[in-house]
Design a protein around this ligand. Structure first.
Ligand code: ADP
Ligand code: PAZ
Length: 398
C-alpha cells in the first residue's frame, strides 16, 4: 500500500451505517474507504454540543493499492479485519456483513476472487453514480476540500451549498469521464476520453523505463518540455503568431521537436519526456473539459481522479488550459480527496439517504497552509494526502 489517510468522524450509531468498508476497483488502482471506531468515544463532549446521544466517533480511513497487486489488498482487508468495519463491538451494528459495497470495473472483474479469498460478496454500485455522490459529499461536507491553482498558488474555495450546481465533474482515472452534475443523484455523463492517467503512466513507463508512477511524476518535475515539444517559435523563426493569439513559447506540437533531430529515444532525458507527456495529457484534458463546460454553459469544473496526485505541474497545466481556452470565464477546481470520489460514493450507498441525513460539522480545518508555494509532488501541502494528515468532522443526524 502506498497511500493511507483518514477523516475523523463523530456520528450517530443509530441507523446510520457508517461502520463500513467500501471499494472502488479501477483500471489502475483499488481505493478503500473504511470506518474505525474511536475507543472511549462515548465521552466525547461533542455529543452534547450537537445534541445527539449514542454517537459513534471514529475515523474514516482512505487507502489505495495498485489493481495489479489485488492480493495485497485482500491481505490488507483480512489482516485489518476490515470486513468487521474495524469495530471491536460488532454486536452494536447490524449483521449483514456478507457483502461489501464496491464500484468500478473491478467490482465485476474480481467478484469471484473476493468470494473465493474472503468469502464476501461485492454488491455493485454504478461508478458514475458513486463519483457524483462522492464529489457532492466532499464539496458539501468537508471544508477546504476544493481549491484552485493559479500562478503556483493554491487557494481553497468556499463552496456555497445553494449555488453548487450545475458543475462539470472530470474524473481523471485510467481513462477520463466528464459528468454534468445538476444535483444529488442528478447527472449525465456527457463525454470522456481514453487519453487519461493510464496513458500517462503507460506511455511514460514505455518511454522512460520508470518503475513506478511516483518516479515518473518526480522525473517530470525536473524535466524541460522545450527539448521535446515543438513550439510556435520553432516554426515561426522565434516570433509569436500574434494574429491568432499564439506566443512563440506556446506548444505548437507536443513531441513535435523529436522528428527534426537525428536522435533516438535514449538520446532524450527521461525527465524531459515525462514532462512533455504530462503536459500533453493535462493540456488535452483541460481543453476537452473546457469544451464540454462550454457545451452546457458550465462555469465550474471540478477535477478528480488519481492522475492529478496534487502534483503542481499537473494542477498548473490543467488550470492554465481551462483559463486560456475559456478566456478566464471558466474555473478549474481540484479536490483534495481527488482519487476517492468513487469509493466514498460506494461508502455512502450503504445508506441511500445518507447525504441528506448527515450533517458534517467541521471542527477543525486542515493542518496545512493552504497557499504554500513549495513545489513538491505528492506533498500534502499540494493536495495529495498522506498518513499524518486528517480532517476532523462531526457527523450526526440533522
Ligand atoms: N501509485 C500509482 N500507481 C499507478 N497509477 C497511479 C498511482 N498514483 C497515481 N496514479 C495515476 O492515477 C491513475 C488512476 O487513477 P484512479 O482515479 O485511481 O483511476 P482508476 O479508477 O482507473 O484506477 C493512473 O492511471 C495513474 O495515472
Ligand atoms: C471506462 C471508464 C469509465 C472506467 O473508469 P476508470 O477505471 O478509468 O476510472 C473510464 O476509463 C472512461 O471513462 N474512459 C473513457 C472512455 C471514453 O469515453 O472514450
Amino acid at each position: 500500500m502506498d497511500h493511507h489517510t483518514e477523516i475523523e468522524i463523530h456520528g450517530n450509531s443509530n441507523p446510520i451505517q457508517i461502520s463500513r468498508l467500501a471499494l472502488d476497483i479501477g483500471g489502475s488502482l483499488i481505493k478503500l474507504v473504511y470506518f474505525s471506531r474511536n475507543s472511549g468515544d462515548d465521552e466525547d463532549p461533542l455529543n452534547d454540543s450537537v445534541g445527539v446521544s449514542n454517537a459513534v466517533n471514529g475515523r474514516l480511513h482512505f487507502a489505495k493499492f495498485e489493481t495489479t497487486k489485488i492480493n495485497d489488498c485482500l491481505q490488507f482487508i483480512s489482516a485489518n479485519k476490515l470486513l468487521l468495519g474495524g469495530f471491536q463491538h460488532q454486536e452494536n451494528f447490524s449483521n449483514d456483513r456478507n457483502f461489501i459495497k464496491a464500484t468500478g470495473g473491478g467490482a465485476y472483474k474480481f467478484s469471484d476472487l473476493f468470494k473465493e479469498k474472503l468469502g464476501i460478496r461485492l454488491e455493485k454500485e454504478d461508478e458514475m453514480d458513486c463519483l457524483v455522490t462522492g464529489a457532492n459529499f466532499l464539496l458539501k461536507a468537508v471544508n477546504h476540500e476544493a481549491f484552485t491553482y493559479l500562478n503556483g498558488q493554491k487557494e481553497f474555495v468556499q463552496i456555497d451549498h445553494n449555488d453548487l450546481y450545475p458543475y462539470l465533474l472530470v474524473n481523471i482515472g485510467s481513462g477520463v469521464s466528464m459528468i454534468k452534475v445538476d444535483g444529488d443523484g442528478k447527472f449525465e455523463r456527457v463525454s470522456g476520453t481514453s487519453v487519461g492517467g493510464g496513458t500517462f503512466w503507460g506511455l511514460g513507463k514505455l518511454l522512460t523505463k520508470c518503475q513506478s508512477f511516483d518516479e515518473l511524476l518526480e522525473l517530470s518535475h525536473q524535466g524541460n518540455n522545450r527539448v521535446i515539444d515543438m513550439l510556435v517559435g520553432d516554426i515561426y523563426g522565434g516570433m509569436d503568431y500574434s494574429k491568432i493569439g499564439l506566443s512563440s513559447t506556446a506548444i505548437a506540437s507536443s513531441f513535435g521537436r523529436t522528428i527534426s533531430n537525428n536522435k533516438e529515444l535514449q538520446d532524450y532525458k527521461p525527465e524531459d519526456i515525462s514532462r512533455s507527456l504530462l503536459r500533453m495529457i493535462s493540456n488535452n484534458i483541460g481543453q476537452i473539459s473546457y469544451l464540454n463546460a462550454l457545451r452546457f454553459g458550465l462555469k465550474r469544473i471540478f477535477f478528480g481522479g488519481f492522475f492529478i496526485r496534487g502534483h503542481s505541474y499537473t494542477l498548473d497545466t490543467i488550470s492554465v488550459a481551462v483559463h486560456f481556452w475559456s478566456k478566464g470565464e471558466a474555473k478549474a477546481m481540484f479536490l483534495r480527496h481527488e482519487g476517492f470520489l468513487g469509493a466514498l460514493g460506494a461508502f455512502m450507498s450503504y445508506e441511500r439517504h445518507s447525504l441528506e441525513d448527515l450533517v458534517v460539522n467541521q471542527s477543525e480545518q486542515l493542518q496545512v497552509d493552504a497557499s504554500s508555494g513549495t513545489d513538491k509532488n505528492c506533498n500534502p501541502l499540494k493536495g495529495d494526502l498522506n498518513e499524518t494528515e486528517s480532517i476532523q468532522c462531526s457527523v450526526y443526524r440533522a
